[in-house]
Design a binder for this molecule. Structure first.
Ligand code: G16
Length: 544
C-alpha cells in the first residue's frame, strides 16, 4: 500500500452546522477542501486503527467522487474495514441502521439533505458515531478545531473502488464491502411494524397511497418496501429514480416544494394517504385527502397511537422534541405519564436520551420524526407508522387528527422562513431582539401576557453538557410562543426562522385556517423583531 502524506493549509469555513458541513459543490471542489475535513474528522476521533467505517450518501452530484476520496483516506488512516452502499448510495436512516447492525466504529454520510443538488448547488458531509447518530457537539467542536490547524492529510495512491459490484474488494490494507443499500433497512422496518395489516390495508381498493421520493434517495427504498414488499400498486412511488441533480428540484417535503404531491392531495379524488421524503430520506411529510398534518402534530399523534404498533406496544419511555417544535407532544406525554424532553434543534441532541432509554419517540417541526430503532430521523419509518395506524384505526387521516385535537386541544403552528438574507442583517436583528427580551416579561403582546423571554439553553440530562444560544423564545401565559432562530443548515447568507404557536381547546375553534388563527402573533413578532423593516422582505420565502 502506498500511503501519501499530502501537505495542506487550513480553510477558515469548516465549522459543522446543525447537521455537518454543508457548502456549495464548488466550495468542496477546491483543492484539499474535502480532504482537510475528512482528515480533521479522523484526527478528532480516538484511534481508528483496525476499525470499521460505513460510507454512503444521497447520490447527489459529487457523491461518488467524495466516496472514493474518503475510502482512500480511511485506508491510509488505518481503518481495516469499510462498508459502502452500492454506487455510494445510502439514505441517512439506512446508514444509521447499518452502523448499528454491523457494530461499526462510525460512518460518513454525504448529503446536504433537502438542499438542491447539482454542479452549482449544495453538498454536505457529516460524521456519525457508533450508536448510529450524528456526532455530538464535543466531537464536532474537535473536528472544527482540527480544521483550523491542519497541515497534512493521508491518502493512498490506488485505483478507484468498483462501487457498482456487490461484494468485497481490497483497497490497500482495508477490506471494502459493497452492500445493497436497501435490504438491511427493509428488514429493520419489517421488524417494527405489522406488515400483514399494512398489506391488507393496501390491498383494499378504497385505499390509495402516494409516496413522492422527489427524485432523491428514497425512490429505491420506497419501491422495495411499499410496492414490492407491501403490495402497494405500481406507480405508488412517484419521482422514484434518484438523480444526481434531484431533477432540478428542491427535495424538501413541505407544502411549497412537494408541489406535485400537494396538488394531487388537495384535488378531487385525492389518495387516502400522501407522503414525501427528502434528499437523504430522513424527513417526511404526511398528508391525508385534502389535509396536511403538521410535523409537530404527527409526533403527538404517533405518541398517542404507539400502542397500536408492534414495536412500541410495550409503552414509550418518553417523548422528545426540539424547542421550536409545537408543544402538542407534551400533552400526550403528560397523559401517558411519561417523560417529555425539550432539546435544541438538531437530531444529535436526541442521541443521549435514546441511548439512556429516556425517550422512545423523537420529532422536530422540520419534518423529522424517529424512534429508538436508529439514531437518525426516518422518513419512510414515519410513513409506515402512519400506515400502521390507519390499518388499525380504519379512519381517514383527517378523522384521526380531528379526534386528537378534540381530546388534547390543538396547537396551531406555523414556521416562516426568510431565506438568503444578508448575514449581518440577520445577526443584528437577533442581537437587538435578545437585548429587548428581559423587558418584555409581564408585558402584554397580541392580547397575551409574556411569561418568559430568553435565549434557550439546554442542559443534557444524561451527561450534563450545556448548549447555549439555541434560539430566542417568548412564551405567553396561555401557552402561545414566538420563537426566532437562525438556521444552521443554509449555504447562502442567513435563513431566519420564525416559529409561531398558540393553543386552542374550544371545540368550535379547532378548524380555523392556520395563518388566520396565528395572525395576531405573526404581526406581533414582526413588529417586535422588525423583520419586514430590516430585511426588506414583504413576505417569508417559505411558510410551513
Ligand atoms: C437538520 C437537522 C435537524 C434540524 C434541521 C433544520 O435536518 O438534523 O435536526 O431540525 O436540520 O435545522 P436548521 O433549522 O438549523 O436549518 P436535515 O434533514 O437538514 O439533515
Amino acid at each position: 500500500m502506498t500511503a501519501l502524506t499530502v501537505k495542506t493549509t487550513p480553510f477558515n469555513d469548516q465549522k459543522p452546522g446543525t447537521s455537518g458541513l454543508r457548502k456549495k459543490v464548488t466550495v468542496f471542489q477546491q483543492a484539499h477542501y474535502l480532504e482537510n475535513f475528512v482528515q480533521s474528522t479522523f484526527n478528532a476521533l480516538d484511534s481508528v486503527e483496525g476499525k470499521t467505517l460505513v460510507v454512503g450518501g444521497d447520490g447527489r452530484f459529487y457523491n461518488e467522487h467524495a466516496v472514493q476520496i474518503i475510502l482512500k483516506m480511511a485506508a491510509a488512516n488505518g481503518f481495516s474495514n469499510a462498508i459502502v452502499g452500492q454506487n455510494g448510495l445510502l439514505s441517512t436512516p439506512a446508514a444509521s441502521c447499518i452502523i448499528r447492525k454491523y457494530n461499526a466504529f462510525g460512518g460518513i454520510i454525504l448529503s446536504a439533505s433537502h438542499n438542491p443538488a447539482g454542479p452549482t448547488e449544495d453538498f454536505g458531509i457529516k460524521y456519525n458515531v457508533s450508536n448510529g447518530g450524528p456526532a455530538p457537539e464535543h466531537i464536532t467542536d474537535a473536528i472544527f478545531a482540527n480544521t483550523q490547524t491542519i497541515n497534512r492529510y493521508q491518502i493512498i495512491d490506488e485505483d478507484d473502488v468498483d462501487l457498482s459490484t456487490i461484494g468485497s474488494q481490497e483497497l490497500g490494507d482495508m477490506q471494502v464491502k459493497i452492500i445493497d443499500p436497501v435490504s438491511d433497512y427493509a428488514e429493520l422496518m419489517a421488524s417494527l411494524f405489522d406488515f400483514e395489516a399494512i398489506r391488507a390495508l393496501l390491498a383494499d381498493d378504497s385505499f390509495t397511497l402516494r409516496f413522492d421520493a422527489m427524485h432523491a434517495i428514497t425512490g429505491p427504498y420506497g419501491k422495495e418496501i411499499l410496492e414490492k414488499e407491501l403490495g402497494a400498486a405500481s406507480g405508488t412511488v412517484i419521482n422514484g429514480t434518484p438523480l444526481t441533480d434531484f431533477g432540478g428540484g428542491h427535495p424538501d417535503p413541505n407544502l411549497t416544494y412537494a408541489k406535485e404531491l400537494v396538488d394531487e392531495m388537495f384535488a378531487d379524488n385525492a389518495p387516502t394517504l400522501g407522503a414525501a421524503s427528502d434528499g437523504d430520506g430522513d424527513r417526511n411529510m404526511i398528508l391525508g385527502a385534502n389535509f396536511f398534518v403538521t410535523p409537530s402534530d404527527s409526533l403527538a399523534i404517533m405518541a398517542a397511537n404507539a400502542h397500536l404498533i408492534p414495536a412500541y406496544k410495550g409503552g414509550l419511555t418518553g417523548v422528545a422534541r426540539s424547542m421550536p417544535t409545537s408543544q402538542a407532544p407534551d400533552r400526550v406525554a403528560e397523559k401517558l405519564g411519561i417523560e417529555c424532553h425539550e432539546t435544541p434543534t438538531g437530531w444529535k441532541f436526541f442521541g443521549n436520551l435514546l441511548d439512556a432509554d429516556r425517550t422512545t419517540l423523537c420529532g422536530e417541526e422540520s419534518f423529522g420524526n424517529g424512534s429508538n430503532h436508529i439514531r437518525e430521523k426516518d422518513g419512510l419509518w414515519a410513513v409506515l407508522f402512519w400506515l400502521n395506524i390507519l390499518a388499525e384505526r380504519k379512519q381517514s387521516v383527517a378523522e384521526i387528527v380531528n379526534q386528537h385535537w378534540l381530546e388534547y386541544g390543538r396547537n396551531y403552528y406555523t414556521r416562516h422562513d426568510y431565506e438568503a438574507i444578508p448575514s449581518d442583517i440577520a445577526s443584528q436583528l437577533m442581537t437587538d431582539l435578545e437585548a429587548k427580551l428581559p423587558s418584555l416579561i409581564g408585558q402584554t403582546l397580541a392580547g397575551r401576557t409574556v411569561q418568559y423571554a430568553d435565549n434557550f439553553s439546554y442542559t443534557d440530562p444524561v451527561d450534563n453538557s450545556v448548549s447555549s444560544n439555541q434560539g430566542l423564545r417568548i412564551g405567553f401565559d396561555d401557552g402561545a410562543r414566538i420563537i426566532l432562530r437562525l438556521s444552521g443548515t443554509g449555504t447562502e447568507g442567513a435563513t431566519l426562522r420564525l416559529y409561531i404557536e398558540s393553543y386552542e381547546q374550544d371545540a368550535d375553534k379547532l378548524n380555523q385556517e392556520t395563518q388566520t388563527a396565528l395572525q395576531d402573533l405573526i404581526s406581533a413578532a414582526d413588529t417586535l423583531a422588525e423583520i419586514t423593516q430590516r430585511t426588506g422582505r414583504a413576505a417569508p420565502t417559505v411558510i410551513t
